[in-house]
Design a binder for this molecule. Structure first.
Ligand SMILES: N[C@@H](CCC(=O)N[C@@H](CS)C(=O)NCC(=O)O)C(=O)O
Length: 203
């Protein structure tokens, strides 16, 4: 764990995930302050930066504290401090999660447009990508929702594979509908909670 460095973030934020990936690539560990799980961290961030936008890296050096916002600047800082002279990746590891996500949505869309049996290989590939990135996010952040998302995509991949092989047809999409409903409720709940905190009303 690097002393003096704390990353203010939350696990499902794509910009934060770029910074997580850069930390992984550099093999550097910093303290993570999850502003969705820890109200004190969120308060400290608001006080220091005047906004709740993350990621922000808090850097304490020789008794001085500065707050560095913007994922790109944080990644540049990390590469400058911990890299071996290599340039921060623009199309590599630090952006991998974003490309996987884009690929997954592209495949899902292509499958939906094609329809019929042509849909299956596209959706199979999308499910494999979706499961891979959700499980790796779950491993990195410990977020149980990512585990759930990975599970549904994994089930989807297995079911579509079985259907394509003519072995069985499992109505896996019911699990997906249930998950989408739960995630929507969770998103609304988090938004309401964030607003209640901002307005200073009792929790
Ligand atoms: N340009 C910023 C964008 C950061 C950003 O949009 N963060 C989102 C979460 S992924 C956020 O904190 N939104 C809530 C807010 O701005 O209050 C960066 O690259 O770091």
């Amino acid at each position: 764990m690097q002393p003096g460095l704390s990353l203010y973030a939350f696990s499902t934020c794509p910009y934060c995930q770029r910074v997580f990936s850069a930390l992984d690539a550099l093999d550097v560990e910093v303290e993570i302050k999850d502003i969705h799980r820890d109200p004190d961290s969120r308060r400290a961030l608001l006080q220091a930066t005047g906004s709740g936008t993350v990621p922000v890296l808090r850097i304490e050096e020789q008794g001085e504290v500065r707050w560095l916002p913007e994922s790109r600047d944080i990644i540049a800082y990390l590469y400058q401090r911990f890299g071996k002279g290599e340039a921060p990746p623009t199309l590599g590891l630090a952006n991998l999660d974003g490309y996987l996500r884009m690929g997954m949505w592209g495949l899902l869309l292509a499958g939906a447009v094609l329809g019929g049996t042509q849909r299956d290989p596209f959706w199979l590939a999308a499910c494999v990508l979706g499961a891979g990135r959700a499980f790796s996010a779950a491993k990195r952040t410990g977020n149980v929702w990512q585990l759930g998302i990975g599970g549904v995509f994994g089930l989807g991949a297995v079911s579509i594979g079985l259907t394509m092989a003519g072995v069985a047809s499992i109505p896996w999409w019911y699990a997906a509908y249930a998950l989408i409903a739960v995630l929507l409720v969770l998103a609304v709940w988090q938004r309401v909670r964030a607003r209640t905190r901002r307005d200073g009303s009792p929790r």
